[in-house]
Design a protein around this ligand. Structure first.
Ligand code: UD1
Length: 319
């Protein structure tokens, strides 16, 4: 049993990680400013209502060094998920997203180093690659970020690597590829495409596709990301490394919509709109490095994950 800090634990991916850690008997502290995360995400009705199965919640902003210092006290491991997400949000608000995604991360790294944390795992992003001529995207490709969000994730990765090399703080960067699943917010203008499409189809509305719909993504169910993080906490060969975490396949948005229409039993056409600035064309991961360094393998296929996620949203929306 370990004492683990999950930053951004109130968010979509963070709360799935907290739930998994509590289930395996770890004690968990959540640091979140609840700007995009929600406290309801941390009410796990399916878990035993014992004190040990609830996370300790520390509400605060990582821009404040004292908050970070408090957050890492007596902590063995950190899963750092806190970020202002979304490529288009970072295009609209580059300074705000930079402050959170880089300055906040650096504050936490310094405090983790000083507190003697054993290992810190970072939620990086497939966006660091940008548009590359070769697919699938492998870690040896030179990154070419296309948006402030991608620049921030890549910059943070460099900080994680040098904190390992300079100070011996063990770090692992996991490049998540388009994660989806339960608790992902469908309601913001910056929501990811899968919850937005599912919500539209369940409501009988036409989803919007930006561009021609032939862009593709390695859509990854969150259970795979949880599994990868649990492995990354311990895997001896992973220290100081950055690696892809994904399914290792890809779907175009047109294919995604067709699959969702089939699962839901609808036949709704999209509205095609202008492509989004900063959008990557194709994203498809080579997952052999995480297989090698973590012993990772995909646990839930994209299609199975989509079916589960539709069921989840049907429950949430009462359909
Ligand atoms: C990017 C990253 C991802 C990261 C995420 C964080 C890449 C390849 N992926 O996701 O790793 O986790 O940022 O926010 O850079 N779209 C529509 N209609 C909609 C919404 C989106 O057509 O209503 C399109 C977008 O233009 C894009 C695709 O769907 O082509 C996926 O968009 P989104 O879900 O926002 O994720 P990315 O920007 O790909």
């Amino acid at each position: 049993m370990a004492h683990i800090l999950v930053t951004g634990g109130g968010g979509f991916i963070g709360s799935n990680l907290v739930e998994a850690l509590l289930k395996q008997g770890d004690t968990v502290r959540v640091l979140d400013d609840f700007s995009t995360g929600k406290k309801e995400n941390l009410e796990f009705s399916q878990l035993d209502k014992t004190v040990a199965s609830r996370p300790e919640i520390l509400e605060g902003d990582m821009a404040d060094r004292e908050v970070c210092q408090k957050a890492v006290e007596d902590i063995d491991y950190i899963l750092h998920q806190a970020a202002i997400p979304s490529v288009p949000r970072s295009v609209a608000q580059p300074v705000e997203s930079n402050d959170a995604n880089i300055n906040g991360t650096l504050n936490l790294l310094v405090e983790a180093r000083d507190a003697g944390v054993k290992r810190m795992v970072f939620a990086s992003s497939s966006s660091v690659y940008g548009n590359t001529p070769t697919l699938p995207k492998v870690e040896t490709i030179t990154p070419n970020p296309l948006s402030p969000y991608a620049v921030q994730k890549l910059t943070a990765e460099h900080y994680f690597r040098i904190f390992y090399e300079l100070y011996g703080l063990e770090t692992v960067c996991l490049r998540y590829f388009n994660v989806f699943g339960p608790r992902q917010d469908p309601n913001s203008e910056y929501s990811a495409v899968i919850p937005k499409f599912i919500k539209a189809l369940l409501e009988g509305a036409r989803p919007t596709i930006f561009g021609d719909g032939e862009q593709s993504r390695d859509f990854t169910h969150v259970d795979n990301v949880v599994y990868g993080n649990l492995l990354a906490l311990e895997a001896p060969k992973a220290a100081g490394k950055a690696m892809n975490l994904a399914c290792g396949g890809r779907l175009t948005l047109n294919e995604l919509l067709a699959i969702l229409n089939k699962i839901i039993g609808s036949d709704i056409e999209p509205i095609y709109a202008d492509p989004r600035p900063g959008d990557v064309k194709h994203s498809h991961a080579d997952i052999s490095l995480s297989e090698d360094l973590l012993g990772y393998k995909m646990e839930v296929s994209t299609e199975e994950g989509l079916a589960r996620t539709v069921d989840y949203f049907k429950d949430v929306f009462g359909y």
